[in-house]
Design a protein. Structure first.
Length: 136
């Protein structure tokens, strides 16, 4: 009597579910890393300029909102304290660029006060934030 033995199937590694899982993990980390980017400004309506160079040095942003409030890197700061705060930052990094982001509806005098405080604090590199493009 001849008894046939069932042939054993060899185990296989399925690649499709593994590729799907790896792709899902990759997408998760890309989305997570994009959401972790530190934004350093407030939403203000910047005026436009046809030439808007980007500073290449270390910088600190001073934002003047339309209501006249002043922020130093997203932290509210009083007019009297702005000079001393900037002086402290400039003393640690002399090549620090101070970028003034002023809302287009902010008072001109308030923006000049902020720029004057920066100059009195010892700022050598002072820029004004604009949006690239042409004014409509």
């Amino acid at each position: 009597m001849n008894i046939t033995r069932p042939t054993r199937k060899r185990p296989r590694i399925e690649l499709v579910p593994m590729i799907d899982t790896i792709f899902f993990i990759l997408v998760f980390f890309v989305v997570a890393s994009v959401s972790m980017v530190h934004q350093r400004g407030f939403p203000v309506a910047l005026p436009t300029a046809s030439s808007a160079p980007q500073p290449e040095r270390a910088r600190v942003e001073v934002t003047v909102r339309a209501d006249g409030s002043v922020y130093l890197d997203k932290e509210p700061v009083a007019r009297a304290e702005l000079g001393s705060e900037l002086h402290t930052l400039i003393s640690t990094s002399p090549d620090l660029t101070i970028m003034v982001n002023a809302d287009r509806k902010a008072e001109h005098g308030r923006v000049v006060e902020v720029m004057d405080s920066a100059r009195q604090a010892g700022a050598r590199n002072l820029t004004i934030g604009v949006r690239p493009g042409r004014e409509e």
